[in-house]
Design a protein around this ligand. Structure first.
Ligand code: ADP
Length: 431
């Protein structure tokens, strides 16, 4: 195994996996910290998906270190700490404290930090993080309920989270390429800096940064900065080509979509799906309990499963979400829907569904844990950042696509079943 990564959230882990697969690395995502004796998968890269972004600092550190220990035992040569491209964190952490713990455990004394992902409109210039044309703290992220980002200067932000010091490799140096970047990082390390925020406003910058960090034990950043890593391994003769890194075992069975995201993209995708697929819209305000909704779905599914994918959604407009939250509280409403959709997913799999799309990050987490999925082999992307995956650990292997709410084009739910999965295409169906 070449690269071992630790991701601070679930859909972010998948995003990194997709980047590595695109670079030709066979990649497996593991759900949660693997157990000490768990065998290493046959892959070039492993990404351990944690839910540590907003966990208590101590827990985030402990889980990250446990993941590192397992990845080291599995023989990884380089390590990657993946966080969000908007550097989601607070002054208490968790990016700085986890990076501190990983640099100490690896005894490497230095790591670069680069959340830039220009293809997704995240760029870093003079240490300032931009989202599109706006500074991070004017991008809407300043209002995030858990990790409000009120300072766009990442040198300052990371400095507040670490007991080490933070330097900058500025645009002018990055523009000169890998050798200049490497020299600048070496100089910062010799000055006693523990981290370097590295500017990047283009894919070429990300590739050069990756090349410059070829011999670093630890790299930290968004999935963008992983872009150059597969080529490092290839150049060193370590990455053996074994056909298509994105190919998945073939799985046959029914197809379904479960949607718990209420984000705009998912609502639009559901609207588009209604024209061509059977859609069950759950009404949690009218049926605010899991057993009733599970029974409703069970009745509805009874004569629906065949060649055409079916869609079951709890997703709702803000006024309906607010109505349920008034009844059950914010956490109560979320938990009710997540549990319900996870139970429905279990029913669908029991009835022979083997290709399942889940929309919503929290929803996906609930479904995956209910199904007992422990690992995901990453396949080809349906839309950027959302690959098909081959899920193992549950009662039966199945193909899963876990879509972060806002990802994907309007026709995602039909497109998902058009793309080759495990080497075979699944024809578009019309209801
Ligand atoms: P996203 O990726 O868009 O953030 P998530 O699944 O992470 O999607 O979050 C959506 C949240 O909204 C979940 O907690 C889900 O249970 C909740 N939810 C879904 N449908 C409804 C609804 N009709 N009323 C209230 N909450 C809902």
């Amino acid at each position: 195994m070449l690269l071992g990564a630790i991701a601070d959230d679930f859909t972010g882990a998948t995003d990194l996996c997709s980047m590595l697969v695109r670079g030709g690395m066979r990649t497996v995502q593991l759900i949660g910290v693997p157990r000490p004796g768990d065998p290493a998968p046959d892959a070039d890269a492993v990404v351990v998906a944690l839910k540590s972004r907003t966990a208590p600092v101590r827990q985030a550190i402990d889980e990250s270190l446990a993941a590192l220990t397992w990845l080291r035992a599995a023989g990884c040569r380089q390590f990657f700490f993946k966080y969000c491209s908007t550097f989601d964190s607070t002054d208490a952490g968790n990016i700085g404290p986890v990076a501190d713990a990983l640099t100490a455990a690896l005894d490497c004394g230095f790591a670069l930090a680069c959340p830039a992902f220009p293809a997704n409109a995240r760029s870093v210039y003079q240490g300032y993080l931009f989202v599109g044309g706006n500074l991070l703290n004017e991008s809407g992220m300043e209002h995030h309920p858990l990790t409000p980002m009120t300072d766009a200067n990442l040198v300052r932000v990371l400095s507040r989270q670490t007991d080490g010091t933070v330097g900058l490799v500025p645009y002018a140096t990055v523009e000169q390429g890998a050798i200049a970047i490497r020299r600048a990082m070496t100089a910062l390390k010799e000055q006693g800096r523990r981290y370097a925020i590295v500017d990047a406003v283009s894919d070429a910058h990300l590739v050069a940064i990756g090349e410059a960090a070829e011999h670093h034990a630890l790299i930290t950043g968004g999935s963008g900065v992983a872009m150059g890593l597969p080529e490092n391994f290839r150049r060193a003769g370590l990455l053996t080509e074994r056909g298509d890194a994105a190919s998945l075992p073939a799985v046959s069975g029914h197809a379904a979509v479960i949607a718990g995201s209420c984000s705009r993209a998912t609502l639009a995708q559901l609207g588009a799906a209604r024209d061509v697929l059977p859609v069950l819209q759950l009404d949690p305000v009218a049926q605010p309990d899991t057993e009733t909704m599970v029974a409703t779905a069970r009745d509805w599914i009874a004569d629906k499963l065949g060649d055409t994918p079916v869609v079951i959604a709890a997703s709702a407009l803000p006024d309906q979400v607010a109505a349920l939250q008034r009844m059950l509280g914010r956490d109560g409403a979320g938990a009710l829907i997540e549990q319900t959709l996870a139970r429905i997913a279990e029913d669908l799999v029991a009835r022979g569904v083997r290709r399942l799309v889940v929309a919503g990050g929290e929803t996906a987490g609930a479904v995956v844990s209910r199904l007992g999925v422990r690992s995901l082999l990453i396949g080809g992307e349906i839309d950027p950042g959302v690959p098909w995956t081959y899920a193992e650990g549950g009662a039966t292997p199945l193909l899963l696509a876990l879509k972060s709410g806002n990802f994907g084009a309007y026709d995602f739910f039909t497109k998902a079943f058009d793309v080759p999965q495990g080497g075979r295409a699944f024809a578009r169906n019309s209801a």
